[in-house]
Each structure stands twice: as structure tokens, then as C-alpha cells.
Design a binder for this molecule. Sequence first.
Ligand SMILES: C[S@@+](CC[C@H](N)C(=O)[O-])C[C@H]1O[C@@H](n2cnc3c(N)ncnc32)[C@H](O)[C@@H]1O
Ligand code: SF4
Length: 365
Amino acid sequence: MKNIIKKLKPCVYKYNKIKPNLETERKTFGLIAQELDEIFPKEDFSIVSQFGDYLKVDYIQLVPIIIKALQEVIDEVEELKMEKVDQKQRVNVIYLTTRCNLDCDYCYEKVNRDADGFKHKDITKEEIDNFIMDIEQREQNFVSTICVMGGEPFLQHEMFDYLVERIDQSKKSSGYALNMITNGTILTDEWIETLTRVINDKKISLSIHISYDGIGQHRRDKTTRTIDNIQRFNDLNIPFGISYTLTKDNKDYWVKDIIYLCEKFGHSMRQSNSTIRMNFAFTELGIDPFSNQFQKENIEPYAQYIYQKYSIPICSLVCQMCGKCEKSSFNGRSYMIPQRGSIKVEPMSTHEQFNHFNESGEKNE
Ligand SMILES: C[S@@+](CC[C@H](N)C(=O)[O-])C[C@H]1O[C@@H](n2cnc3c(N)ncnc32)[C@H](O)[C@@H]1O
Ligand code: SF4
């Protein structure tokens, strides 16, 4: 239909005085009945009809045609958008270990850790090989973002090293990005050396999100280890973002907590275009994970204020602050979990975001 619509030539005209009761002073927008008759012959369609010596156009008949054409255009735009997005990145998740040095009581990973036969399991070199080979096959034309998860991934330095080595050797032309999520309590010299090397090599874009649940870390580690280590990341110029999980215990303090982070670390976070990512302990907060209402009402207004004041996006799953999430594609995601092998997950569309910033501090366009 859109091709038919393209053939139509809207014009502006004035009626002549041939017929009484016709508006002859002002201009009218319309189509030339004769031209329309060529596209929709009056013998076959009721759009153009003979009216005495004249041809008459029934414009109402054009409405469904215009709607159909518009739908075709919308479909095309969406397809183009998806193609553009698909060129961006694919996300895969690897659990370096299901072990953890903490035992946060709201942690959804408890199930993995405590499940019979899966307790305290580390990833193996063979599993990493399979994971990378699978990505190489599926994602030749995409930047593969690998989300390095756990348990606590910083408990598995050896396997992280191997993962980096394996990525370095990979023949995939479109490259990799690594996004780590850590509780930030284990930052040994060995880790600092490795992270600094990966960042300086500039072969792999690396971003790290440190989980921090507020002053006092309510249900996490009650020590100040996390904040001390964020300070070390800050001082060592290792780009980091923060992952803040809203629970029933910190829901009344989160704004204060985040302002504290922005005041303390805002300078380096802005330099690396990093973000504060909000997670929600949906069950204990009693909020519907499939609705944005809670975020819209309780998070967005404060997050906007903080963003305007500190220029650090607070990603709340529904925000439109930096536009990065919308541009990222999370199709083709897979999980590699120790001893469970690779699990493919259906394409998903969410406002999760990874790898907002790269090692040079430039936004990943
Ligand atoms: C499971 S942890 C694994 C990585 C690392 N140990 C850490 O704490 O960052 C990943 C993130 O999930 C969040 N998280 C844990 N349990 C959650 C829950 N029930 N609901 C929402 N987020 C949760 C944590 O706060 C953390 O930011
Ligand atoms: S540190 Fe992370 S993995 Fe460990 S218990 Fe807490 S949320 Fe779970």
C-alpha cells in the first residue's frame, strides 16, 4: 500500500464557480480525481465516482489505505531499528564460580549455591573453551559482551585470566567486551595487576560494576571493605560503576546512599561515563517485576534530580537517561554455569544494560 500512496499527488486548489454552494474563495487540499481514477479505476473501486460531468473522490475510502500504508512503514522502521541494534552487541553470561565469600540474605544465587551437587563449583578451562567456541559460532558479526558473574567472580582469578587469554586468541573479528559484577570485597594486588593489564591492552573493553547496598551495607558485608575498595578502584583509575540493590531495608535511604556515592566518586565516574545501576529485590519489596509502576513513581523523580545534579545516570530499568540500553541488543543470550553447561535463553528485550562505558572513558556508541 505504501507504494500506491507514493503515487498519489496531493495538491491545493480552488473550486471554480461552475457549481453553486461550493466553497470558491478559500483553498482546498485534495487529490486529482482523474489521477486517482488511474490507480483505482472507478469500474473496480468505489473511491472515484462519476458525478454528472465531474469525477468525485470519496476521501473516507482512502482512510483504510492510508492506515495500511502507515502500518507497513512502521513495520519497516522497526525492522531497520532492530537491524541497527543487532549490529551492536550480544550478551552472554558466565559464572566463574558459584562460590561466594558473603552470604547476603536476599541473594537469589543462594539456590544455585545450595543446590545439591552444585555447591561451591568453579568453572573449568574446558567450559570456558566451549563457551567461547559457541560465541564464535553464533556471534561472528556482533560485539559479544560477556557478563562475568557469580557467586563472587573475584574468587576465581585463575579462570578470569584464562577467559581473557581465550578471548585474546579468539579469531572473531567483531570483538568482545567484558562486564564484571562484584561485591567489591576482594581486590588483591593480583587482581589489580590483571585488571590494569586488560585496560591498558585496550583489546577488550572492560567495565566493572561494584555492588553496594548503602551505608552500613544493610544486608551485605557490614564492614567498610566495599567502600574502601571502590576508593581503590577510584584511585587506580580503574573505571567502575555501582550496582545498588533496593531491598526493604534500604528503600528509605537509597537517595541518600546514591548522593553519597556521587559526592565521593562522581568525578571519576563522570570521566568514564559510568552509571549507577539499580536492581530490585522484587519479592521482598512486594513489587510486580513486570510492571514499571514502582520505578516510575518511586525512583524516576529522584533519579532525574540526581542525574541533573551529578550527571551520573541512575539506571532504574525504565529510565531514558543515557539512551544506551535502548541501543543494546540482548538477543541470543547464553549462560555458562559451572557443571551445568551452556544454557541458551530466548531473545529478550529489557532495559538492562551492560558495558555503558569503555576503558578510554568514551561512550560505546
Ligand atoms: C548475585 S550477585 C553476583 C555478583 C556479586 N557477588 C555481587 O554481589 O555483585 C549480582 C547482583 O545481584 C544482586 N542481587 C542479589 N540478589 C538479588 C535479589 N533477590 N533481587 C535483586 N537483585 C539481587 C546483587 O545485589 C548484585 O548486585
Ligand atoms: S555477594 Fe553477591 S553472590 Fe554473594 S551473597 Fe551477596 S549478592 Fe549473592
